[in-house]
Design a protein around this ligand. Structure first.
Ligand code: MRU
Length: 356
């Protein structure tokens, strides 16, 4: 949790309340999600987004579903399926639903137990993000020492802050920790077309925390790297295969290639729930979400009267295609910053460290 904010909470009526992320950065609004249908829509339309938070909402979604069906586990399974299928790429969603359903199998009080398990799951994630913050910030300190510098320039893509993962985020967690440790940190924020999670959400988060940052158009990173203006890249991830390939917001792969070419460390910060041990080749096998072409063709912003408007920026009839994610091969990744420590992105290390 950063300052006064949290991405979601149970309100005084015991319903899930979330920040409506589609309204940021122009207005801060919250939404109460009272039914399974509302939970599923909030995930689909990205009222809530970011791998970890989708998982958290899914866990509370199971609790919400339990309130609707009361004690019929078979009926709960059908609602769980709807939640599980609401978005395809972030594995935290499936992980959270499966974990909740497994825990509830032998429950005699679905409502009470699901509420407790969802709260536990979120408390656990919050602790994990604090660990990621510490391990990641140790790397920042090492880089500063090696380079004999006092200011670190970090490039990040999309939003992997506390809006995306309870409670400190993943990619942004080490940055928040750096601020706490008194490190002079500056963040290059990729705008992250088409939905602009960087320009709208990461920039908003960093502003709330008083962290120095500059928004850049998505294609700027390579140029900055060639001119020694980036010391490291940190991104989050939506799914990491057993061999260390990383699915993250579309455009991440190009940043990893540019970082590799310029010998700049490229780290990916994740909780262990982001691993998909069943997938051995992420590039070939991780399912990539295809979203509406309108997200590419239209942009949203505030006009000079302060009114939020959506405008068409392409010829009306030109077709567009909107892949939500891409996969960065493990060979381009310097290391994975997990809640259990930093490790290499390769099959042997991952299996040994995380599968016992
Ligand atoms: O489509 P989104 O906004 O849900 O995408 C997820 C992301 O925000 C990113 O890919 C992020 O870097 C990883 S989420 C911890």
């Amino acid at each position: 949790m950063q300052g006064k904010y949290k991405a979601l909470w149970l309100n005084h009526d015991n319903f899930l309340e979330v920040i409506d992320q589609t309204k940021l950065p122009f207005s801060y609004e919250t939404k109460v999600l009272k039914t399974t249908e509302e939970i599923v829509s909030a995930i689909k339309d990205m009222t809530v987004r970011g791998a970890g938070v989708i998982g958290s909402v899914a866990a509370f979604g199971i609790y919400t579903a339990c309130m609707e069906i009361e004690s019929d586990y078979e009926q709960l399974k059908q609602k769980a399926k709807l939640i599980r299928e609401s978005r395809p790429t972030a594995v935290n969603l499936m992980w959270a639903v499966d974990k909740m359903m497994e825990l509830l199998k032998s429950s005699n009080n679905l409502i009470e137990d699901s509420k407790k398990y969802a709260i536990d799951l979120n408390d656990e994630e919050a602790k994990e993000s604090q660990n990621i913050a510490r391990y990641g910030c140790d790397i920042i300190e090492d880089i500063l020492k090696q380079k004999n510098k006092t200011r670190i320039n970090i490039l990040t893509h999309c939003n992997a802050g506390w809006l995306a993962v309870i409670d400190e985020g993943t990619a942004l967690a080490p940055i928040y920790e750096a601020k706490k440790r008194g490190i002079d940190v500056h963040v290059w924020v990729d705008e992250t077309r088409p939905r602009n999670q960087g320009a709208s959400l990461t920039a908003w988060e960093l502003t709330q925390s008083g962290i120095n940052h500059t928004i850049i158009a998505d294609n700027t990173g390579g140029h900055l790297m060639q001119h020694d203006m980036v010391d490291m890249v940190i991104t989050g991830a939506d799914r990491v295969s057993a061999n260390g390939d990383v699915a993250n917001k579309i455009g991440t792969y190009l940043k990893a290639l540019a970082a590799y070419d310029n010998n700049i460390p490229f780290y990916v910060a994740i909780p262990v729930s982001t691993f998909d041990f069943e997938i051995k080749d992420g590039v070939k096998e991780i399912p990539i979400e295809l979203r509406s072409e309108d997200e590419v063709k239209y942009m949203r912003g505030v006009d000079s009267d302060g009114i939020v408007r959506e405008v068409l920026i392409t010829p009306k009839d030109s077709p567009a295609i909107n892949y939500g994610f891409d996969v960065t091969p493990a060979r381009l990744i310097t290391g994975l910053i997990t809640d259990k420590g930093v490790c290499k992105a390769d099959l042997e290390t991952i299996e040994k460290k995380f599968r016992g």
